[in-house]
Design a protein around this ligand. Structure first.
Ligand SMILES: Nc1ncnc2c1ncn2[C@@H]1O[C@H](COP(=O)(O)OP(=O)(O)OP(=O)(O)O)[C@@H](O)[C@H]1O
Ligand SMILES: [Mg+2]
Length: 361
């Protein structure tokens, strides 16, 4: 059986540093993409996702670190190795599809192969294959303006796949699609990547998309990797307040550390104690500031007072289609919770299960 560590890596980035002028953007980023794996690069706007992808592609110049593709060094800040973009054999899909408007779908996909002096028969076979894989065979003779947004985006992906690159890099490939199409597209894109046994590094700033599409997620924060792991690890075991806040939909409580016990930490929210589990690496002194985080779907409503319950006013019930969302307020904190039916406005008890409350102090 293949354990993860015996699967060869197709892309290895080590301690990559890159600055624009004297503005550092990547501050020592390392990652490893294994064959057949999909990694999502997630992070807020400006965190360096596109810059990292462009550096891997050879479109930006780092000043330190190393990049290896399929075992070959393509950048090494120490030895000065720097393979130009066209020598890196990567498939690239950028946010704007940038199709050639006056070329047919077939010619758009064939263009790069023609530049590489591939034979006519080979071009025909490879383009036909790529179009078939993306469900575009019947559109080969159309021009880009005769396609829907979703179809144009598939052409851009076909164009990247036609070289059989060992690694494809996709920068927000689905961001031009509307919400419904986007959900469908992430399912087929993942299926396609697996079917063709590609390895992919996909940039997104949508955490739902990252969780649905990838084997692993790298969360970038200010040019550094904040945390990496499987979607489940990232969702269930965030190691910092930033990671907890970025993944999932949360309720947040600002309070002070009251005491530490055998199986938890107690924070005071106004006059109410709330027990939770300490998360993160630091641990402040009693009386210090602390933040409690709980996923919206973990909050419960209760009939009366009790341990880890806060009195709050239910302000409104909102229908989300598959469930109801309750908005509760106590003048200082707003809490959201989910349930199966609408509830009348009025006083309630909000229960925060201690094992579900993560305390960062
Ligand atoms: N050519 C450039 N010259 C100078 N600064 C740049 C250049 N390109 C990007 N930056 C800066 O580098 C930082 C990282 O940008 P980058 O495009 O990598 O962010 P991102 O994570 O892709 O964000 P988004 O989610 O908005 O696409 C930003 O502060 C940006 O302003
Ligand atoms: Mg970007």
């Amino acid at each position: 059986m293949n354990t993860l560590s015996t699967i060869p890596s197709v892309l290895r980035v080590q301690n990559l540093e890159l600055a624009y002028g004297d503005n550092p953007i990547l501050k020592g980023v390392s990652l490893e993409l294994r064959r057949g794996e999909v990694i999502s690069l997630l992070g807020p706007s400006g965190s360096g996702k596109t810059t990292l992808l462009r550096a891997v592609a050879g479109l930006e110049q780092p000043h330190a670190g190393q990049i290896e593709i399929a075992g070959q060094a393509v950048f090494n800040g120490q030895t000065g190795v720097e393979v130009p973009a066209e020598g890196r054999n990567l498939g690239l899909v950028f946010q704007s599809y940038a199709l050639w408007p006056h070329k047919t779908v077939f010619d758009n996909v064939a263009y790069g192969l023609k530049l590489r002096k591939t034979t006519t028969k080979d071009i025909h076979d490879r383009v036909s294959d790529a179009l078939k894989n993306l469900g575009l065979a019947h559109l080969a003779e159309r021009f880009p303006h005769q396609l829907s947004g979703g179809q144009q985006q598939r052409v851009a992906i076909a164009r990247a796949l036609v070289y059989n690159p060992p690694v494809i890099l996709l920068d927000e490939p689905l961001s031009n699609l509307d919400a419904k199409l986007r959900e469908e597209a992430r399912a087929w894109l993942r299926e396609l990547i697996i079917k063709l046994q590609l390895s992919a590094l996909v940039v997104t700033h949508d955490q739902g998309e990252a969780m649905a599409m990838s084997d692993r997620i790298l969360l970038l924060n200010g040019g550094k990797i904040e945390q990496q792991g499987t979607p489940t690890e990232m969702y269930s075991h965030p190691t910092s307040l930033f990671a907890a806040g970025f993944m999932g939909t949360n309720n947040t409580f600002k309070g002070r550390i009251e005491e530490r016990g055998e199986d938890g930490i107690c924070i005071r929210i106004g006059e109410h104690p709330l027990w939770g589990r300490q998360r993160g690496t630091s641990s402040g002194p009693a009386g210090g500031e602390a933040t409690g985080v709980i996923r919206v779907e973990r909050v419960k409503l209760a009939d009366g007072p009790g341990r880890n319950r806060l009195p709050m006013d239910l302000v409104t019930s909102m229908y989300l289609g598959d469930r109801w969302e309750y908005v509760l307020d106590n003048g200082q904190t707003m809490v959201r919770a989910h349930g199966a039916e609408p509830l009348p406005a009025g006083p309630r008890w909000v229960e925060i299960p201690p094992e579900q409350l993560w305390v960062f102090a």
